[in-house]
Design a protein around this ligand. Structure first.
Ligand code: CA
Length: 229
């Protein structure tokens, strides 16, 4: 199911957009302030973003600019004023399309579908986001071997990174220390299963807000560890 993020502060418009997109088979996330929308856009993967221009806290121009800095996702800008459209074009912010209020929900859905299809053609069926694991505030870039917690990069050792990626790619499954040792350290003769405990602790210190109440890597007593999604 394709995921759409709507950033729109007017509740009636936001809900109308969401309802029509959902009826048309999209999964929709909704944020009603600029800062919350920007955070969501940066930390989660979406197939398209419907972005209102006038928003509290951070406006649509700034959001578009920031998303474009690090993401390749179609952005459909929504504005109440036709003059804004010229401004968006003039600024060269990289928005893919513009739509002025009032618009018909059918028009919105048609544009959303067209842009998602166009991006898929451009990617040529490649799925670059397979290299990115994004869960709440945690983002793991597998090909670059980098980890970001709430957009701040955190440095991982090789084994810490391998352990985190392995767990994150097999969510909701419990792995014993022996299994993890086997998977991550394999033939390396260094260490023993106590190494797993030490590495889990280090990974938690890097990704968890509160290591005594972990939100990502849970301890299942007597069984092992489980990555929670
Ligand atoms: Ca608005």
């Amino acid at each position: 199911m394709k995921k759409i993020l709507i950033i729109e502060d007017e509740t009636s418009i936001a809900e109308l957009e969401r309802d029509y997109l959902e009826i048309n088979g999209f999964s929709v996330a909704l944020e009603q302030t600029g800062d919350a929308g920007l955070k969501r856009a940066k930390t989660e993967e979406f197939d398209l973003i419907v972005l209102d221009l006038m928003l509290p806290k951070v406006d649509g121009f700034e959001i578009c600019r920031q998303i474009r800095n690090d993401k390749d996702v179609p952005i459909l800008m929504v504005s109440a004023k036709r003059e804004d459209i010229d401004k968006i074009r003039g600024l060269g912010l990289g928005a893919d399309d513009y739509i002025t209020k009032p618009f018909s929900p059918g028009e919105l859905v048609a544009r959303v579908k067209a842009h998602i299809a166009r991006y898929e053609r451009l990617r040529g069926g490649r799925e670059p986001k397979n290299d990115i694991i994004s869960i709440r505030g945690l983002r793991i870039d597998k090909s670059a071997r980098r980890v970001y917690v709430n957009e701040a990069e955190v440095v991982f050792t090789t084994k810490e990174f391998d352990l985190l990626v392995f767990l994150a790619m097999n969510p909701n499954r419990v792995f014993s220390k022996e299994e993890l040792f086997d998977k991550i350290w394999g033939m390396d003769s260094f260490g023993d299963i106590a190494t797993v405990t030490v590495h889990i602790k280090k990974v938690r210190e890097k990704i968890e807000m509160d290591t005594s109440n972990p939100q990502y890597i849970e301890t299942i007593w007597g069984a092992g560890y489980r990555f929670k999604v």
